[in-house]
Design a protein around this ligand. Structure first.
Ligand code: SAH
Length: 238
């Protein structure tokens, strides 16, 4: 069954609006009587279209069910700013792998900084939405505006566990997962191309971040972000 994002939901009706309605009627040539799935607030609604006209699809809800692709662990990915194509790649892959929140931040060795009033946030939201739909999730991924490292430090204690990818760490990821397997709120921190300064690394650890090694080689930031997210998703079964 085709999947769409619900635009509006009432007690027993679903409405597809804007681009979703357009996709339904014009692109897929679907019409009244067709069955489809509508994603809404983490749930999956099985629907039958009643009408598709004037840029709006109205459908009856046949069943409301949990969405099997919806993550069971809330993973926040803090990523130091890199070039926008790398950020977009990380975001798309991380959403497929199950993150709930994407949080770019700026640290001292970031070569790229987010542009003031730039369109990055909008683009990130579009990419996340596309990935949510493609991979069979039903809830929106939160995209935070760029944070400072200080803000990341304040947020660290609010998570159940924070894994901080640090190339100088000698702590194996396997060892840390043995201690946090039941955690339902996990944050991951990835540094910039230039890495973290010693002082920044110490601040992250002092705030409660657990430094972890991703192996004996130095990975590019985007490789580290995707690898750590995939390993976290695998280990937690999220
Ligand atoms: N400039 C640094 C490496 C930065 S790599 C250097 O050359 O030493 C970018 C980010 O990826 C790092 O800040 C870290 O978060 C992560 N990373 C890369 N390789 C890693 C590894 N082997 N273990 C843990 N984290 C790693």
């Amino acid at each position: 069954m085709r999947r769409f994002f619900a635009g509006k939901v009432t007690e027993n009706r679903v409405f597809l609006l804007g681009g979703e309605a357009e996709h339904f009627s014009r692109v897929l040539r679907m019409t009244a009587g067709d069955l489809f799935l509508a994603a809404h607030q983490g749930k999956e609604l099985v629907c039958r279209a009643l009408s598709a006209e004037n840029g709006e699809v109205c459908a009856e809800i046949l069943e409301t069910r949990d969405c099997p692709g919806e993550p069971s662990v809330d993973i926040t990915l803090y990523v130091a700013y890199m070039k926008s194509d790398k950020m977009e790649l990380i975001l798309q892959k991380a959403v497929e792998l199950g993150i709930g929140c994407f949080a770019p931040f700026v640290s001292s060795r970031c070569v790229k900084k987010p542009k003031e009033g730039g369109k990055a946030q909008e683009r990130f939201e579009k990419i996340a939405e596309g990935a949510v739909k493609q991979c069979g999730r039903a809830g929106a991924v939160r995209i935070l505006p760029p944070l400072s490292l200080e803000e990341v430090l304040w947020e660290i204690p609010q998570h159940g566990a924070v894994l901080f990818a640090y190339e100088k760490s000698e702590i194996a990821l396997r060892q840390v997962f043995e201690q946090i397997r039941e955690q339902k709120d996990i944050a991951l921190i990835i540094g910039p191309e230039g890495g973290f300064s010693e002082q920044e690394a110490e601040q992250i650890i002092a705030a409660g971040g657990r430094s972890v090694s991703l192996g004996r080689r130095i990975l590019r930031g985007e490789t580290a972000a995707i690898a750590l997210t995939a390993l976290t998703a695998y280990e937690t079964g999220c």
